[in-house]
Design a protein around this ligand. Sequence first.
Ligand code: NAD
Length: 448
Amino acid sequence: MTTAALSPLEELKRKIETRQARVGIVGMGYVGLPLALLFSGERFRVTGFDIATDKVATLNAGGSYIVRILPEMIQKAQGAGFHATADYSEVERMDVVIICVPTPLNEYHEPDLSFVTSTVQAIAPHVHDGQLIVLESTTYPGTTEELVVPLLEQGNPHGLKVPRESEQQGVHVAFSPEREDPGNDTVARHDIPKVVGGCGMVASELAGALYGAIFRRVVPVSSPSVAEMTKLLENIYRCVNIALVNELKQLCMRMGIDIHEVIDAAKTKPFGFQAFYPGPGLGGHCIPIDPFYLSWKARQFDFRTRFIELAGEININMPRFVIEQLAEGLNRAQKSINGSKVLVLGLAYKRDIDDLRESPSLTIIELLREKGATVAYNDPFFPTVGQGRHYALNMTNTPLDNLGEYDAVVIVTDHSTYDYHAIVEQARLVVDTRNATKGIDSPKIVRC
Ligand SMILES: NC(=O)c1ccc[n+]([C@@H]2O[C@H](COP(=O)([O-])OP(=O)(O)OC[C@H]3O[C@@H](n4cnc5c(N)ncnc54)[C@H](O)[C@@H]3O)[C@@H](O)[C@H]2O)c1
């Protein structure tokens, strides 16, 4: 069979198989950039789109702005044809476009889909027949079909439609959730099964072929809404279970029981139990945010997602609980938070990563300042920290060489580079929210 005789579906599948398919990835952030490198490593020619021109310039200069992505990795991808751009007209040359832009909450705790909307509006004038568009941004069920599809259909100048059944002509649209676990290198990215739900049969088949070239296992589901809901179930499951252990931790403290010893014992059960760990509150771009995408959507169906709301309430209060425990610790030394010098250890929302988004450390620092403490921080990943969504810290990293001058050290993020024995030895009071001082016996430690 000659190439000319191939159907649009067969043609794109052939391009994917032979690695001639050009892959555009929109949003060169924590999700999009590693994904671009993954495709590039599989010999696809990849174009990274981003409106942040500083990111585009850094990438094109062979640099990186994400700690775990080394400049050498960008340069290797460049050698395989990778480049970045802020020019959406390049979408015309792409066979596949994958959207990985932010999906935050607005000030009323409601979904903010403005990034997805503006992205789709920007690419719509440049889409072409037979192209595959995949949304990877986490969102509520219905977004792909109710928002992305109409914007693409209305915004393209060729009157192209998005096929819902088995039609081959048109722009094919799918949703495939991202399952990255930043800082966790135990599972290789391509070993994480990839869930895919297409708007029509052709979209499902194409998206399956595309991700099948990268991931060992593709999990096809019957629609984009199922794929969208799958991602939310995964994150709500984490959010609810973390809230459960956070609540039980508070009870255990009153009862004089070590929750970590309990969890360690419980997880020896070979079935029916998965360990979750308490902490100072939720952080990151996913777990504190995604569940509320579903609560919001549920209201359209006159439904209240009570587990999500309760879990949110418990988790949101954890930074306040940490402050209470600090106050208790200081009280033992006849001190108050007001007037104390406090060092917050670790800013990132979890261990060994350079991501500050929604980190409980931000709330803890703000609460401490409100109560009159003088606050410093140490985090090897953040030499300085200025202003961002919901915070204005404007602080500089403090070295760990004089811990004795602080009234208390609060361990918020248990980075693996810290020497916890030395920290406990030098500090006057240590409030440990992560069980980082496990095995260290000292009256200076308040574990919470
Ligand atoms: N970070 C994670 O661990 C993770 C895991 C799973 C899912 N997700 C989801 O993936 C999505 C992306 O998250 P992220 O962490 O990569 O966000 P990010 O903020 O790190 O990156 C998003 C990028 O998109 C760019 N951008 C914004 N609007 C744009 C536009 N109109 N056109 C082009 N680029 C645009 C931004 O400049 C930024 O570089 C979100 O929906 C998030 O919920 C993230």
